[in-house]
Design a protein around this ligand. Structure first.
Ligand SMILES: [Zn+2]
Length: 321
């Protein structure tokens, strides 16, 4: 057992206190609970070690977000608002602090990867991040966890060439905003086609702007797409990494493309998430010397989310050494 690889999960009970008002809102604390339950029962249970998170500092948040957004977010929650800008973005009194902790989990994750490249590190976090823009919340997201982790990796470890691979059902508009004009950062996303799906961005034609031309790869899928269509994209993703030559890989791991998840029309299976795990660990081996960090994004089908996460982690471990 001692030689078996460890799965490091960065999480915090405080994430349960980001209260989205109950009722109809899909981004609930139960999401993390069902993941915990599944992992506790499954074959990975003995290999998991959990690390606590830490709050991202103001400077770390400002590496992507504006001062204006930080003030507006904090003021909104302290004044008792229940949502910001749109009812999707439900908040409670503690949401600012908890979003800061959620962003911090990526920083703990980066440190863990740097200490043990090639290992499996997963931030089991909420609120999610990839829709958050510099100056506004969007689609349940307040701080852009993937981008904040990317900036930290660049600044703390001088790994300039960061690639984010996002397989959430939705396009990570905030990540594209962060990276599209830069030559060193890259973003590849598979998502349901913007004609059919929130947030309406992620067109294949968007490939980056100016110095960032060629650093964005959007791979939209038609409604109903499943394993066959996704596996066909793997060579394209490899060719893209050949071009951008990343030093580190961050995965926006969302699980709302599962066929039973109401948040998309895609038809991913539990086993496809295992295959995605195998694939991204191979990418990390081939391109980034094992420097790979996965951060939870969406996933709202409480009956399937735990199995999807477990399958993804199993795929990562399969290729781990
Ligand atoms: Zn999503």
């Amino acid at each position: 057992m001692e030689n078996e690889p460890v799965v490091t999960i960065i999480t915090d009970p405080a994430f349960n206190r980001h209260d989205t008002g109950g009722g109809e809102h899909p981004e609930t604390p139960e999401r993390l609970q069902v993941i915990n339950e599944r992992l506790a029962e499954g074959h990975l249970a003995k290999r998991i070690r959990r690390l606590p998170t830490r709050p991202a500092t103001r400077a770390q948040l400002l590496a992507f977000h504006t001062e204006g957004w930080l003030f507006r977010f904090e003021e909104a929650v302290l004044s008792g608002r229940t949502y910001i800008d749109h009812p999707d973005n439900q908040v409670c009194y503690e949401s600012y602090d908890i979003a800061t902790l959620s962003a911090g989990s990526g920083l703990v994750g980066v440190d863990a990867v740097e200490q043990a490249p090639g290992s499996v590190v997963f931030c089991q976090t909420r609120p999610p991040g990839h829709h958050a823009e510099p100056n506004q919340p969007y689609g349940f997201c307040f701080f852009n966890n993937c981008v904040i982790a990317a900036r930290y990796w660049q600044q703390q470890y001088n790994r300039r060439r960061v690639c984010v691979f996002d397989f959430d059902a939705h396009h990570g508009n905030g990540i594209q905003t962060a990276f599209e004009e830069e030559p060193e950062t890259a973003y590849v996303s598979i998502h349901e086609h913007p004609s059919f799906s929130y947030p309406g961005t992620g067109w294949a034609e968007d490939k980056g702007i100016g110095a960032g031309k060629g650093t964005i790869l959007n791979l939209p899928l038609s409604p109903g797409a499943g394993p066959e269509q996704v596996l066909r994209l793997f060579p394209k993703i490899r060719s893209f990494l050949d071009l951008v030559q990343p030093e580190v890989l961050i995965v926006g791991a969302g699980f709302d493309a599962h066929r039973e998840d109401d948040m998309s029309g895609l038809a991913f299976t539990v086993d496809l998430y295992r295959q995605l795990g195998v694939f991204v660990m191979e990418l990390a081996r081939d391109y980034t010397e094992g420097r790979l960090l996965s951060i939870l994004e969406g996933g709202y089908c409480l009956e399937k989310l735990g199995s999807c996460v477990e399958a993804y982690l199993s795929g990562l471990v399969e290729k781990d050494a």
